[in-house]
Design a protein around this ligand. Structure first.
Ligand SMILES: [Zn+2]
Length: 666
C-alpha cells in the first residue's frame, strides 16, 4: 500500500535530518487522515469467490475458504470506494462430470437437480450475510445462452487464432459396455502417488493428496457408471499453451510479490521462472560452466536430474546455447505449461466445430469454463441492475479497476497461470502486458488453506461435516459468531482447525467483554446523561491507541489478513471497560468532568469499533449502528477517528452478540 511506503521513507528521512537540524516536531506515523487519503482507490473493483459445485449444500469449508473472506473484502472495498463501485460475483460451477454424476446418482434430470441445490446454496449465503451482487451458475438460464456460452466460445476463437491451442492426441478412459468416454470423475482407481492410499482417486486428480496426473497413470481403474474395467482409447483434444505467454505472466507475478500472500506467490513464480533439466551425470561439466551461465539457481530433481532455474526466458535461451555448445543435453521443465481444455462429454460449453470438425461432441473443460464464468456473472449482475451487460469491461478490462479473487490454495494454479494465459491469448499481441481495454490480471489472488474441523479433515463419515445451515439450525449459532471465528482462523497461512471448544471461548468473549463494551456507554448515556452524548475531551491515551489500531486496520484489511487484527481490535474494545473502571461515568459519585470525558472517549472508541467490525459481523454492527443512531452511510473509512458529536442523541440499547448456551457445546 502506497501510504505505508511513504511512512517508512518519512521516518527514515526524519531520523537523518533530526540529527542535523534538531527539529522540534514530534516524529511518528502519519496521522489517520493521511493514511486514509493514501489508501489504494481504484475507480471500480470486482471480487470473486471460488465457485462451488451445485451438488450439495454449502459447508463450513466453502464459507471459511472463500465466501466469508470474499464478503469481508467486498465490504471493506465498499468502505473505501463505495459499495456501488464494487461488484461481488459468484455462481455455481455447473458443468463437468461432477455435476453429471451427482445428478445420475440422484436419478434426476441434471438441470432440475442443479436448480434445487443452487437455490439452497443461495439461501445459505444470504443467511450468512454474504452480500453478493449476483449468485448465478454457468448453466443457468440467465447466464448460459445470453452470456456465458458466447463469451467462452469467443475466448476459444481468440486463443485458437493466436495459436495458443495445440492439438494433441491423448489417451482417455473409455467404458466398453456403455460405449462412452469416462471423463474425470466417471473413473475411480488407486492414486498413482505411492505415498497415497486413496483407492477412490479420479481420472486426473486425487482429492486426498491433491496430486494431478494424466489418466493413464491411474491404477486399477473402474467405471463409476457400469463398474466395468475401462480401456484407454485415443482422443483428440485442444491443449492450452501457457509456456508461450509466460513472460508477461512472470512480470505480473513479480510485480505482485510485495502484496500477494507468500504461499500464492511461491507456488506461481516457481513455474514461471524457466527451468532446464540436465542429467546428474553432467554435474561436473555443469559446475565448470556455472560462472559463464546467467543468474540461476540449481537443485537436484527427480529422475537423476539437476534442475537449473533462470530469472527469465532470455537468460534461459542463452543457457540452452551454452549447454549445447558443450554438448550437454537439456530438457525444458515445462510440464506445468500445457493442459488439455476440451473433454469428451456433452454437458458443457460446446467447442466451436467451425474451427475444427474434430471438436464435434466435445465440450470445454470445467476449469477454463469456470475461470471465464465470473465475467459472465458480472454481465448477469449488470443486467439485473438495469445496466448494459457490456459494462463488464469497466470491471474486467479497465486499468482503473481492481480484480480480487478468493479461492482454495489448491486452485491457485488455475486462477493465475491458466487464467493469465487465457487473458493474454485474447490480446492482439499476447506477448505484451495488458493495456487499457485488455483483460486485466488480478490485483490479488487470495489463496486459503484447508479448514479442518475438530482436528481432522471434514468428512461425513468422520461425523465432523457441517453444512452452513446445520450450524445455524441444529447448532443454533448466529451467523456473525461463525463469520467472526472463520475470520480469526488464519487460513491464509496454514490449514486451520475449527475447534468447537475454542469457538465457544471466542463466543463467550463476544457475549461478555465485547458486548459489555457496546452496552456500558449506551446504558450510562441513557441513565445518567439523558441519552445524549456529553461534552468532553478525548483521553490522550485512547487517542494514541486509536491511531495505532487504525493504521494496523487499514494495512491488514488491504491484505486480507484478519487473524491478528481481530485480536488487536478485541484489545482496543477493552479501552471502554477500563474507562468505566477508572472514571465510573455511570456513577454520580465520581467527579463530573472525568465522567463526561470518559463517556465521550468511550463513544469515540465505540464508533471506531462499529466501522472496523462492520465487514466481519455486519448484522451485529447494524444493530449497534441503530443504537448509536448513526446514518446508514457511516460504514466508510473516512468515519474512522471522527468522534461522535456532542449532544448527539443515541438510540436504544439492542441485542448484539448472543449469549453462549450450553446446548452449543460439543
Ligand atoms: Zn492421492
Amino acid at each position: 500500500m502506497r501510504g505505508f511506503r511513504i511512512w517508512a521513507i518519512v521516518r527514515f528521512r526524519a531520523k537523518v535530518s533530526g540529527i542535523i537540524m534538531n527539529h522540534d516536531r514530534p516524529l511518528g506515523p502519519p496521522d489517520t487522515a493521511t493514511l486514509i487519503k493514501n489508501l489504494r482507490r481504484p475507480d471500480r473493483a470486482v471480487v470473486t469467490a471460488g465457485m462451488p459445485y451445485a451438488t450439495g449444500p454449502l459447508h463450513l469449508g466453502h464459507l471459511a475458504g472463500t465466501h466469508v473472506p470474499a464478503d469481508i473484502y467486498a465490504r471493506w472495498l465498499g468502505m473505501v470506494i463505495g459499495r456501488k463501485n464494487v461488484l461481488f460475483v459468484c455462481g455455481t460451477d455447473d458443468h463437468g462430470s461432477t455435476s453429471e454424476l451427482s445428478a445420475l446418482k440422484a436419478g434426476k434430470p441434471i438441470q432440475e437437480f442443479l436448480a434445487e441445490l443452487h437455490a439452497a446454496q443461495d439461501r445459505t449465503l444470504k443467511r450468512y450475510g454474504i452480500e453478493m451482487d449476483v449468485y448465478s451458475g454457468t448453466s443457468r438460464e440467465e447466464c448460459f445462452e445470453p452470456f456465458h456460452k458466447p463469451l467462452a466460445q469467443d475466448f476459444l476463437r481468440k486463443l485458437y487464432k493466436k495459436g495458443l491451442l495445440l492439438k494433441k492426441v491423448s489417451k482417455h478412459w473409455y467404458d466398453p459396455e456403455l460405449k462412452r468416454y469416462l471423463q474425470d470423475r466417471f473413473v475411480t482407481g488407486k492414486c498413482p502417488n505411492p505415498k497415497c492410499e486413496n483407492t477412490q482417486a479420479y481420472s486426473d486428480e486425487c482429492e486426498t493428496c491433491g496430486m494431478q496426473y494424466s489418466p493413464e497413470e491411474l491404477q486399477n481403474p473402474k467405471s463409476s457408471l457400469s463398474q466395468a474395467t475401462p480401456v484407454l482409447k485415443d482422443s483428440v483434444h485442444w491443449w492450452l499453451d501457457m509456456w508461450s505467454v509466460s513472460e508477461p505472466m512472470r512480470e505480473w507475478v513479480t510485480k505482485s510479490e510485495k502484496f500477494w500472500r507468500q504461499a500464492v506467490f511461491n507456488a506461481v513464480i516457481h513455474s514461471l521462472k524457466p527451468t532446464l533439466l540436465i542429467s546428474k551425470d553432467q554435474e561436473e561439466n555443469f559446475k565448470l560452466l556455472k560462472a559463464e551461465l546467467p543468474v540461476h539457481k540449481s537443485r537436484y530433481a527427480a529422475g537423476k536430474k539437476i534442475a537449473v532455474q533462470f530469472e527469465n526466458k532470455s537468460d534461459f535461451n542463452k543457457a540452452i546455447s551454452l549447454f549445447s555448445s558443450k554438448s550437454i543435453e537439456t530438457k525444458n521443465d515445462d510440464a506445468w505449461a500445457y493442459r488439455s481444455i476440451s473433454r469428451d462429454v456433452l454437458w458443457g460449453i460446446p467447442m466451436p466445430v467451425d474451427l475444427d470438425p474434430e471438436m464435434q461432441n466435445k465440450t470445454l473443460y470445467v476449469w477454463p469454463d469456470s475461470l471465464i464464468a465470473p465475467i459472465s456473472f458480472t454481465k448477469v449482475a449488470l443486467k439485473n441492475r438495469g445496466e448494459d451487460p457490456n459494462n463488464s469491461k469497466l470491471y474486467w478490462n479497465n486499468t482503473k479497476s481492481d480484480i480480487y479473487q478468493f479461492l482454495g490454495q489448491d486452485n491457485v494454479y488455475f486462477y493465475t497461470l491458466m487464467q493469465g494465459a487465457m487473458w493474454l491469448g485474447t490480446q492482439e499481441n499476447s506477448q505484451k502486458y495488458p493495456d487499457q481495454g485488455d483483460y486485466q490480471f488480478a490485483r490479488n489472488v487470495f489463496g486459503n488453506c484447508h479448514l479442518m474441523v475438530n482436528g481432522e479433515k471434514m468428512s461425513k463419515s468422520r461425523g465432523n461435516f457441517y453444512s452452513g445451515d446445520q450450524m445455524l439450525d441444529e447448532k443454533k449459532y448466529h451467523p456473525d459468531q461463525i463469520r467472526y471465528y472463520l475470520a480469526l482462523l488464519s487460513l491464509p497461512e496454514k490449514s486451520s482447525n475449527f475447534d468447537f471448544k475454542n469457538f465457544d471461548e471466542r463466543n463467550k468473549f463476544l457475549a461478555g467483554p465485547m458486548n459489555a463494551a457496546f452496552e456500558k456507554p449506551i446504558s450510562a448515556c441513557h441513565s445518567k446523561f439523558g441519552g445524549v452524548i456529553p461534552k468532553g475531551e478525548l483521553d490522550p491515551k485512547i487517542k494514541d491507541e486509536t491511531q495505532k489500531i487504525i493504521a494496523k486496520y487499514l494495512r491488514n484489511m488491504d491484505r486480507g489478513e484478519y487473524s491478528t487484527l481481530l485480536f488487536l481490535i478485541e484489545n482496543y474494545a477493552r479501552q471502554i471497560n477500563s474507562q468505566f473502571t477508572q472514571y465510573k461515568p455511570h456513577d454520580d459519585r465520581a467527579p463530573e468532568d472525568q465522567r463526561r470525558n470518559a463517556l465521550y472517549s468511550c463513544f469515540y472508541v465505540l464508533k471506531n469499533l462499529l466501522v472496523m467490525l462492520y465487514p466481519f459481523v455486519p448484522s451485529t454492527m447494524e444493530s449497534l449502528r441503530k443504537s448509536l443512531n448513526l446514518p446508514e452511510n457511516v460504514f466508510r473509512v473516512e468515519e474512522l477517528n471522527i468522534p461522535m458529536p456532542f449532544d448527539h442523541k443515541i438510540g436504544p440499547k439492542l441485542d448484539y452478540f448472543p449469549a453462549v448456551e450450553s446446548s452449543n457445546q460439543v
